[in-house]
Write a protein that binds this ligand. Structure first.
Ligand SMILES: [Fe+2]
Ligand SMILES: [Fe+2]
Length: 138
């Protein structure tokens, strides 16, 4: 896959994730008002966590292939990104574990906050130096 193809694929995955997040946001919003069930919220968050996990693995695999070629700002961007992935994974896992145990209203609020971070991460990624790296000719 050329860097341009990888970039197109990553952007396609981001678009898919943003759609999925919009759905989960609506459920989280209803949950925070007590009008969505715990089961519904759990199913949606689990599905998102799986999709995000697959995306992050794809992204990390690609990063490893360009890693030896980059330094400076791109290298720093990559470190930030990998840290964010680890945090996302932990937070989503904690949400999946917590939803069955906590009042659904609290979980709805927690999930809404978490989703904002995930959206911010994708925005940052697209604006970062590493994204510019992806657009370069092979
Ligand atoms: Fe990422
Ligand atoms: Fe991403």
């Amino acid at each position: 896959m050329s860097p341009t193809d990888v970039r197109a694929e990553l952007l396609r995955q981001h678009a898919e994730l943003r759609d999925m997040i919009a759905t989960v946001q609506r459920v989280a919003e209803r949950a925070s008002k007590g009008t969505a069930s715990r089961e519904e919220l759990l199913a949606d968050v689990t599905r998102l966590a799986d999709a995000l996990g697959r995306h992050n693995r794809f992204e990390e695999e690609w990063l490893r292939t360009i890693e030896p070629k980059v330094d400076g700002p791109t290298r720093a961007d990559m470190d930030v990104l990998l840290e964010a992935h680890a945090r996302e994974h932990e937070e989503l896992h904690a949400a999946v574990v917590g939803i069955p145990q906590n009042p659904v209203k609290f979980s709805g609020v927690d999930v809404a906050v978490l989703l904002k971070d995930v959206l911010q991460h994708m925005d940052d990624e697209e604006a970062s130096q590493y994204a510019a790296e992806m657009g370069r000719a092979p």
